[in-house]
Design a protein around this ligand. Structure first.
Ligand SMILES: Nc1ncnc2c1ncn2[C@@H]1O[C@H](COP(=O)(O)OP(=O)(O)OP(=O)(O)O)[C@@H](O)[C@H]1O
Ligand SMILES: CC(C)(CO)[C@@H](O)C(=O)[O-]
Ligand code: BAL
Length: 289
């Protein structure tokens, strides 16, 4: 049997990651990739555990991708905790951590290279509030797929539109990778875990619960149809000081288009809101009608 390196290897170049994964593949191993932007929490760790179930070798990428941030967004202040992230991933038995710098990923600069276009769903909902976000996200995900060549890649349902658009890209561009989506991991009070939760002060942390509360209200009203669902979901925002609803929409999970008034069946409620200046998202499946 071929000798292969064991333990957690942190690499910063594409060549190093390819060499490491090629060696494992040559020994017959399957590979799972978990793409992240770091500042890891239990949501990410659930993805890593799932990846371990799905493949012999797990690679986690940590890259805060400038292409998916708008000019007024939080690229500069996005939390970066590489040392702690690597230690946690080693504890979970991850084989490779890929933490490239900007030049390694974009040698032609942010504007100079080929990019992926997300198509019509990429300009709705989060894409309407964050122009260019999904093109930038898909561009880096396509690169990561080509770099790591995983058998399976694991994403979180918390970023529901992202998971949908990645699966669209895989289908539309015939990418040879299987996708797996892990349910949203929540705090005990229901708040979806997010790296951006650490921007919240204690008062905002409490106010942020309105997102999951709106989803629960929508779920409770879903049996009565779309207009009741929307009315109850949006009403949950009431008068929350410092909270501004961005969108509250119900989509068909198969198309990500808004459902019609007479829709009956499983639908996905998407919500985004600003809590202070922090933009948070959440979503939940409901049974309409
Ligand atoms: N609470 C969660 N439950 C399940 N998956 C999650 C959760 N939070 C993030 N993920 C998934 O982890 C992967 C990496 O996400 P990312 O690094 O952007 O973390 P994040 O916490 O979503 O950060 P932010 O929302 O602040 O950008 C994505 O597939 C994302 O959907
Ligand atoms: C998928 C991803 C790692 C691409 O940068 C990012 O959008 C994220 O962390 O969800
Ligand atoms: N969590 C998805 C990555 C982003 O917000 O840019």
């Amino acid at each position: 049997m071929t000798e292969v390196a064991v333990g957690t290897h942190t690499v910063t170049t594409i060549a190093e990651l390819r060499a490491l994964l090629d060696e494992r593949r040559a020994a017959g191993a399957s590979v799972a990739l978990v793409p992240t932007m770091g500042a890891l929490h239990d949501g990410h760790f659930a993805l890593v555990r799932r990846a371990r179930e799905l493949a012999d070798v797990v690679a986690v990428s940590i890259f805060v991708n400038p292409l998916q941030f708008g000019p007024d967004e939080d690229l500069e202040k996005y939390p970066r905790t590489l040392e702690a992230d690597v230690a946690a991933l080693a504890g979970l038995g991850v084989d490779a951590v890929f933490a490239p710098g900007f030049d390694e990923m974009y040698p032609r600069g942010a504007e100079g290279g080929t990019t992926v276009h997300a198509g019509p769903i990429g300009v709705r909902y989060d894409g309407a509030s964050r122009p260019g976000h999904f093109d930038g996200m898909l561009t880096v995900v396509a690169k990561l797929f080509n770099i790591a060549q995983p058998h399976v890649a694991v994403f979180g349902q918390k970023d529901g539109q992202q998971a949908f658009l990645v699966s669209r890209m895989v289908a539309d561009l015939d990418l040879p990778v299987r996708l797996d989506v892990v349910p949203t991991v929540r705090e005990s009070d229901g708040l979806a875990l997010s790296s951006r939760n650490r921007y919240l002060d204690p008062v905002q942390r409490k106010a942020a619960l309105v997102l999951v509360e709106s989803l629960r209200a929508a779920e409770a009203a879903a049996a009565d149809g779309l207009s009741e669902l929307l009315a109850e979901g949006v009403a949950a925002f009431g008068d929350h000081e410092g909270v501004n609803l961005d969108y509250f929409v119900v989509v068909d999970p198969d198309t990500f288009l808004p459902i019609a008034d007479d829709f009956r069946g499983r639908a996905l409620v998407l919500v985004a809101a600003y809590v202070g200046s922090t933009r948070l998202i959440d979503n939940a499946y409901v049974q309409v009608g």
